[in-house]
Design a protein around this ligand. Structure first.
Ligand code: SF4
Length: 406
């Protein structure tokens, strides 16, 4: 990241033109209605198609039985097709986590995959961030989980978290992250981002409005460097699929113009905000996250202050503990001072670094992580430990690199 340059903003990789073919997944009800009206059809047919795709998880126009068969055939003849992303390869961890290689429609399948992760019971990331103001995300004590799972139709989970990608690869170059090794390949479209979620909801037979499912936009990519498509995906997931923005968290490495736009979003479609902080001061942060040379911690915090918080909502500061680099007691005390000085309703999520090939950091011991947490708590800062999920299948935080070994 060159100092004093605008290059990072220009790194937006562009998006394949939406609507240049007749794929309908990713279009909202109004757009579908307008396209059908162009064909001389009643606009309410748009709602029928969106309900089929986003609520009943139909993946073929011929199966949209609310449409007359003649119309279905006409649409197919005109090249209309659903085109939802597909799960090309699943990898299952011993802890129940599943990592998916998700394939997008395109000519070159090799450059058309990203990753998404399903974490039954979540990873503790939402603890204390105000999600509990939404009754549907209240955590369940382990002793109650089996009963609750029975009520959930015998499935072995009572709540779950889906980690979603916003780009193929990433330009931000955080030094501890495997995705960074890919570089930025391209932005995902709104349908490709929302499609990861819908494909997983379908696979896991999630019942919208009844099951507790949280989304975290923390997979491959920097959502705020693909801002328009990311927010369009959120609107699809809220308005068409029926998920609550209170169950969604977007994490940014600190893209200030993106945070400023995010502050303007209406609350009914605004996810919660997490800042990937990872260091207690600018000097260390610039080493592990070169983006800090463009937007310092103070600049990021200033932008976050402009985001209006809901009652009980907290900003999450994500903090990856790198052995010897960011995990020392002095770092914990400095971090506590930093977060306290922001005056923001905030909490810290601690993540012990997940190792990856070719990255020369070390993972701190559980005792070090707990000591770090206790120091923060002792300073009055709410701090939670995010449990590593799916390390054995390269599904854990910072490990997403389209690895094909299970
Ligand atoms: S941690 Fe996130 S922002 Fe940083 S390189 Fe990895 S994917 Fe990009």
């Amino acid at each position: 990241v060159p100092k004093n340059s605008n290059e990072l903003i220009l790194l937006d990789a562009g998006t394949p033109l939406a609507g240049c073919n007749n794929r309908v997944f990713g279009l909202d009800t109004d757009t579908l209605a307008a396209r059908l009206a162009d064909l001389g059809e009643q606009p309410y047919r748009g709602k029928q198609i969106s309900e089929a795709m986003y609520n009943q998880f139909v993946t073929d126009i011929i199966e949209i039985t609310t449409l007359p068969e003649k119309l279905r055939r006409q649409l197919i003849d005109k090249g209309w097709h659903v085109g939802r992303p597909t799960i090309a390869q699943p990898f299952k961890s011993t802890d129940g986590t599943e990592r998916y290689l998700v394939e997008f429609e395109g000519e070159n399948s090799k450059s058309q995959t990203a990753e998404a992760v399903w974490m039954p019971e979540g990873d503790g990331g939402e603890a204390g961030d105000g999600s509990d103001s939404d009754p549907s995300t209240v955590d369940v004590a382990p002793s109650l989980r089996s009963r609750s799972a029975e009520r959930a139709g015998g499935r072995p989970w009572s709540r779950a978290t889906i980690c979603v990608s916003s780009q193929i690869g990433c330009a931000v170059n955080c030094q501890f992250c495997l995705t960074a090794k890919l570089g930025l390949q391209r932005n995902l479209t709104p349908g490709e981002i929302a499609g990861q979620v819908v494909a997983i909801l379908d696979r896991q037979k999630v019942r919208i409005g009844r099951d507790r499912v949280n989304l975290v936009f923390m997979g491959m990519g920097e959502p705020f460097l693909n801002y328009d498509n990311f927010m369009a995906a959120v609107r699809l997931l809220v308005r068409e699929v029926g998920l609550s923005p209170l169950r969604m968290t977007v994490s940014t490495s600190g893209i200030v113009p993106g945070i400023e736009r995010f502050a303007q979003e209406p609350l009914d479609v605004r996810p919660k905000l997490a800042i990937s902080l990872n260091a207690p001061n600018d000097a260390i942060r610039a080493e592990v996250m070169p983006i800090n040379r463009k937007w310092s911690i103070a600049a990021v915090i200033d932008a976050v202050r402009r985001v209006p918080m809901r009652s009980r909502e907290r900003v999450t500061f994500e903090y990856v503990l790198l052995g010897g680099v960011t995990d020392q007691p002095a770092h914990a005390r400095e971090l506590a001072r930093l977060v306290r000085r922001t005056g923001l309703p905030a909490k810290i999520n601690l993540i012990a670094w997940n190792s990856g090939p070719g990255i020369a950091y070390t993972t701190p011991s559980s005792a070090t992580v707990e000591a770090f947490q206790n120091l923060l708590k002792g300073e009055g800062i709410p701090a939670y430990i995010r449990q590593p999920r799916g390390r054995d299948i390269f599904a854990a935080c910072g490990q997403l690199k389209r690895t094909v070994e299970g």
